[in-house]
Design a protein around this ligand. Sequence first.
Ligand code: BGC
Length: 712
Amino acid sequence: MFECAEWITHKENKLYEPVCFIKKFYVNGKIKKATLNVTSLGCYYPQLNNKRVGNFILAPGFTSRKRVQYQEYDVTSMLKEASVNNLEILVGDGWYNGKINFGVAQNVPKALIAQLNIEYENGQFEQIVTDSSWLARKDKLRFAELYDGEIYDSNYRDTPVNAQLLSHDKSIIVKQQGPDVIEQERIKPKAIIKAPNGDTLVDFGQNLTGYFEFTTEAKRGQSVAFTVCEELDKEGNFYNENYRDAKARFEYICHEGTNTYKPTLAFWGFRYLRVDSFPCEITLDSINAIVVHSDIKRTGYLDSSSPLLNQLFSNIIWGQKGNFLDIPTDCPQRDERQGWTGDATVFCRTASYNFYCEKFFEKWLTDLRLDQGEKGNIPNIIPQTVCWDWSTTENTGAVWGDSATIIPYQMYLTYGNEEILKNQYDCMVKYLGYIEATTKEKYLWSGCDQFGDWLGLDAPSGSYRGSSNEDFIASVFYYNSVKIVEQVSEIIGKDSQKYKELKEKILEKIRATFKQYKTQTECALALYFDIVEDKKSVAKQLADMIKANDNKLQTGFVGTPYLLHALSQNGYSEVAYDLLLQEGFPSWLYSVKLGATTMWEHWDGKNEQGEFWSENMNSFNHYAYGSVGDWVYQEACGIKPRLPGFEQVTIEPHPTHKLDYLSASIDTKYGKISSKWYHENGKVKYKITTPVSAIVIIDGKAHKVEKGEYTF
Ligand code: BGC
């Protein structure tokens, strides 16, 4: 592909100024098939004869800088026969360059490479490729940058000049690996609000990721301008200090008459728009929000008798939609939107039940192994950006680095994908080597810089790191990763013995070194990862700690995903439910009661008076704590893969009297598995559907069943 095509650029490449590349050509004959292949250094938006080609938003996607994906579009029906055709491809900086790179942007040239193959009915072929015959002009889209937004001047005209050839490696071009990123749904505004300070705000009623589309009548030169935010302050005024350095703006200069527009090379995370300018009175019909994310199919559903809990389930889903835009991001709004590996690690199981995201993670894991450092370290954000290059530094945090083992293994468990294990195996092994080489003490992971139990509420004042022992956390995850590599070695036919031995030595050393657990997170990890021998007493310690803390958790990114599992697996389901159903601060339902429509980054993102805890690091769309979803699927409703990919299933629900009913379903490649429990005449009833043979465990009693529908 692209053998005859050249990379082309504009001779005056300016940062954040998109460039449009143009080719006019005559189609002479009847077309049998026409295919357009395109990629860019930057993000591109292709049009043929004034119509958008394909529907991939922000193509070619976000990958390691070691590769760039190309897209292939069938344009047969878009070409005009016996006529001049006009191909225009707009290229902006996108993820390739700019503030998204976490540092001083470098003015590396935006560039395009394209190849249009036309096959005629008469058997002839024609190829139109990017070369110096293409023209290049500055576009009406005067400015596009992912954090800051777009500026579009519909009256702007530039005279095209010849495109310039750019010498750039073509061997980095690969076929698109992940799912398309597309427009998913349109959301009408819920209300137009007059804020106390006089601002006009559009409220979409849902924190979401994407952009907006508006229509207005205008005089030439009038403008439309919005700034976005997720939350209003306690007075009900616009608040976006938590976007930090991201300006999150949009500006559009109108032409005379009717103006309809939606952005093409930017996205925002928002619930509200502040209307900074609009030519006429903005109404509910003037504008819609457009939700954009990777095209992953919804597979998991949760439902309960509690409206608050159902809102939490919805927030988990929206947290995933908002942060699965080609890569798994920490958040979609502020000046980050990066593939933070730890966030994806703790959320990947819930994510894989909620949506079919095998291909999505396959792509991202490919970038993870491409960006792995030479010493085996896993950069804390994947893909690496041009300025914040972690592959050359020695910094890999536990849990964040364990994305290398935990995520591929979860894809294997959820989807039965062995290929992913084969592809990621060397990366996993190298990662273990990195830990071995950096730890200060053999058979532990100690003495290194860690993120700890990130955002744990038991953090010493002024710190983001919970007070759990960081060496303990790192060593537990080291142990877990060795265990995974041992299992993977067996699955794909490699020597597993050395990992078995290593695993045993690590466990012995952890037990000898960390004899006491002082935090909820330490207890939860000791139980969940089978570190402790006397599970009974540690489970009691954990349950007592929670009760003494008013039935409230204190855990951060690392403890939270395992906390409820550790409780319900050790006889304390009721304590787990106390935490799940807790409405006071801190808890999952606390944010729901304060009106959250997505997951918050911090338990204390906002207090009951409506005050924000800080403008620094306060995202209202961060999925990490949404990891509680997998406890509801796996433990509360009890659906667990017995064989990878749910080829066989175990269903062991944990009902409670605190809810009237709870249900979960997961669409697997074998069909839908569902588990519901409810109370009837003072008894708990279970309704179970399985498409494969299953072991159903009710009140500790196992029933082996074949595919079908059952009530117990
Ligand atoms: C991100 C997190 C991330 C963390 C690690 C933050 O800025 O938003 O979600 O995992 O940094 O330090």
